[in-house]
Design a protein around this ligand. Structure first.
Ligand code: UD1
Length: 339
């Protein structure tokens, strides 16, 4: 009998790509989402890609009785938790909104999941490393004091999962630390759908190319890097999604070496902002209107992953090139413009 995975926040950008890969790998999937930061576009796109409808439960994980009800209706072998707010700037302005939502929803989920012996995968972020002195970062690189409430909720939730797995019998946990997720499904039926002006680089690039934004500002060209712009590890969204399948399979097959494990999910390849812009111009054939602007506060000069632990233990490796990733992001933006 196939195993069943709950994907909280499964109608969003990362959740929808993970849902497709789970179904491709033979898992039953239940999507749960309060739809506070997305519409049905990605959920419908997922159903078109996999050729069937999936259960979509509209609910809020801050409501523990709704979580309990969900776990009585279905028997889950694992849950992947994406349901959280994610805007760094907004979290600085409204910290309580972030602490309340991101932490309460996760503690509710663990509270209910642990009693059912359901394994938990938490969607964490490279933001937990802050500005590391040593690069690339490994999972043993010390975490630094978070620079935003959003980043702090990632650290706190990692710790909550670690402590819960230690204290309660019968559940395992994995935290995946994503670097910079970019791109879209090759079908161009699902992708990133930022509300309002995008904060992240890739959607800002594609929206500028399509004419939704006038000009891309490159924040800072005086960083101590080769071309003066920041270095990041851009991980293809489909590669990222596949890492979740490897991690869930490791959990449900009882192959974990420790009750709580942490993995970097990145390519191991630093790419500068300017390089990303130039590569986009090459793959799209469109010159991009961009200018250099002052540094954005809170940005770090460089971070990229050492993904060797995930390569070895999860049997996962990022496969897609930056060119393929940006071509997919561009196809998605064009698909949106045709709608
Ligand atoms: C941010 C979050 C990270 C989150 C990630 C999601 C922090 C500090 N960062 O990472 O937790 O997981 O988003 O993708 O918490 N840039 C421009 N112009 C723009 C937008 C961005 O030049 O219009 C530059 C930035 O200065 C940065 C790079 O592009 O150097 C990437 O920025 P962004 O996509 O926002 O991601 P991060 O800040 O790295």
């Amino acid at each position: 009998m196939s195993k069943c995975v709950l994907v909280s926040g499964g109608a969003g950008y990362i959740g929808s790509h993970v849902t497709v890969e789970l179904v491709n790998a033979g898992y039953e999937v239940v999507v749960a989402d309060n739809m506070s930061n997305c519409d049905l576009t990605c959920y419908n796109g997922v159903c078109s890609i996999i050729g069937k409808e999936l259960p979509l439960v509209k609910m809020d994980f801050c409501d523990i009785s709704a979580v309990q009800k969900l776990f009585t209706e279905y028997k889950f072998d694992a849950v992947i938790h994406f349901a959280a707010f994610k805007a760094v700037g907004e979290s600085v302005d409204e910290p309580l909104k972030y602490y309340r939502n991101n932490i309460l929803s996760f503690t509710n989920l663990i509270e209910v999941a642990r009693k059912k012996g359901c394994n938990i995968l938490f969607s964490s972020s490279a933001t937990v490393y802050g500005e590391s002195e040593t690069l690339p970062v490994t999972e043993r690189t010390p975490r630094q004091q978070a620079t935003s409430p959003y980043g702090n909720t990632k650290q706190i939730c990692e710790d909550i999962l670690r402590d819960s797995v230690k204290a309660y019998e019968g559940i395992n946990g994995i935290a995946l630390r994503y670097f910079n997720p970019v791109g879209a499904h090759p079908s161009a039926l699902i992708g990133e759908l930022p509300r309002g002006v995008p904060n992240n680089l890739a959607p800002f690039i594609t929206q500028t190319a399509i004419g939704k934004r006038e000009c891309l500002s490159i924040f800072g060209n005086d960083y101590p890097t080769e071309d003066g712009t920041c270095l990041r590890d851009y991980i293809d969204i489909v590669d990222l999604a596949k890492a979740h399948v490897c991690a869930v399979t490791r959990m449900v097959e009882g192959r974990m070496k420790d009750g709580y494990e942490v993995y970097n999910i990145g390519t191991g390849r630093p790419v500068s902002v300017l390089e990303l812009v130039k590569t986009f111009e090459k793959v799209s054939g469109k010159p991009l209107n961009y200018k250099f602007a002052p540094r954005r506060s809170g940005d770090i000069a460089a971070i990229w992953a050492d993904p060797s632990l995930a390569n070895k233990e999860l049997g996962w490796k990022a496969e897609r090139s930056v060119e393929q990733t940006l071509a997919a992001a561009w196809a998605w933006e064009q698909h949106l413009a045709e709608k």
